[in-house]
Design a protein around this ligand. Structure first.
Ligand code: TXA
Ligand code: MG
Length: 344
């Protein structure tokens, strides 16, 4: 049992902030783990060059050790220490989207051990845009291997207290930056193939990347051929699972049939657009709901989704009804996470 130090980096003065970053960097260089905020979700970081740190990450998460980690960097020169080569398409994407929620798969550099990549000869790398993440990686002067900081099978943490719930007693330090900005994990693009593919949709969409990656395969193609990429996230291990059963509610009267029966309304929760809510509200209780408007946008849903999953579990909610969103923009990533949560 390790005592977990919990530093609220957004609520301390600059001196305490610097001490927190320094302590985190010291832990990383000593092979220890540090949980930290990124703009997508919280990460559970260790020295990406150290196979023992990778083992500690798998142990803390309770995750199988063949699930590869994402390596986080804070400046572009660090990329050379992580990957074997930097293809022009990588430079173009980095110029356009880094720092930001885009992870690229590239051939692994010699300094990255197989423990970090789950035995693969490729490595996932990204430059996050959160100040605490960048300061921490800078201070450690090391690339930081980090999966999402949840226990295996739980939704990715989007607030410091989510991390604390899952990791207290398992890691020495949590740098808490408050709620994250985006709330769903980064887009992952595999650049090791002649025709790059998106392995996981995120905030950065196919349409945004396409101009910089002429041969990028459309997402539909990938979904039609899942066996082609056995290492794609979530295909081997179940992800994003709340205890509650997630029910996707399509539009129209067909969806109404799926809604709560009288006797389990109290234990249900609804995630709906205002327009759809007006049609379904008689079927669900008034209190347990999350309603969004077109002005709020899908950003608002992404920001809250994993928090809603965790809150529902705390409250013993049995069923979470979620409106089926049209697959465009950020809603592609949302529906990807919602479908995984709904799969049993
Ligand atoms: O937004 C994010 O990406 C967050 C923050 C912390 O950066 N991290 C994250 O990590 O979501 P994780 O471990 O929960 O998801 C990383 C996914 C894994 O599911 C893994 O399958 C995939 O990235 N991955 C990592 N390395 C890979 C590789 N070499 N080839 C294919 N997939 C890889
Ligand atoms: Mg994860």
């Amino acid at each position: 049992m390790t005592e977990t130090k919990w530093i609220k980096t957004n609520q301390v003065n600059i001196q305490t902030y610097r001490q927190g970053i320094e302590y985190g960097a010291q832990l990383l260089t000593q092979g220890e783990l540090v949980a930290f905020p990124t703009e997508t979700v919280y990460g559970l970081g260790g020295n990406a060059f150290d196979p023992k740190a990778a083992e500690k990450i798998y142990a803390a998460k309770g995750r199988p050790s063949d699930n590869p980690l994402i390596v986080h960097i804070s400046y572009i020169d660090m990329l050379e220490e992580v990957v074997a080569e930097i293809p022009p398409v990588c430079r173009r994407l980095a110029f356009e989207f880094w720092p930001g929620p885009l992870t690229m798969i590239l051939p692994k550099g010699d300094k990255i051990p197989l423990a970090t990549t789950g035995g693969l000869e490729t490595v996932a790398v990204r430059m996050p845009s959160h100040g605490v993440a960048l300061d921490l990686i800078d201070a450690a002067s090391l690339p930081v291997a980090a999966p999402s900081a949840n226990l295996s099978g739980k939704p990715s943490p989007t607030r410091g207290d989510h991390v604390y719930q899952d990791m207290a007693g398992r890691i020495p330090l949590l740098l808490d930056g408050g709620p994250v900005d985006i709330g769903v994990e980064s887009t992952i693009i595999d650049l090791t193939l002649p025709e790059p593919v998106i392995l996981r949709p995120g905030k950065i969409t196919y349409e945004e990347m396409k101009p910089f990656v002429p041969r990028l395969k459309p997402p539909r193609f990938v979904q039609a051929d899942p066996d082609h990429h056995p290492k794609a996230p979530g295909m081997k291990y179940r992800h994003y699972a709340p205890e509650a059963q997630v029910v996707i509610v399509p539009s129209g009267s067909e969806g109404l049939d799926l809604l709560a029966r009288e006797d389990d309304r109290e234990q249900s929760y609804g995630v709906f657009s205002q327009q759809r809510w007006n049609q379904v509200k008689d079927y669900l209780p008034g209190e347990n709901k999350f309603i969004f408007t077109p002005e709020d946008g899908y950003e608002y849903v992404a920001h809250r989704l994993f928090h809603i999953f965790r809150q529902c579990d705390k409250q013993g909610i049995k069923k979470i009804y979620i409106e089926e969103l049209p697959e465009e923009g950020l809603a592609v990533a949302l529906m990807n996470r919602i479908r995984k949560a709904a799969a049993r």
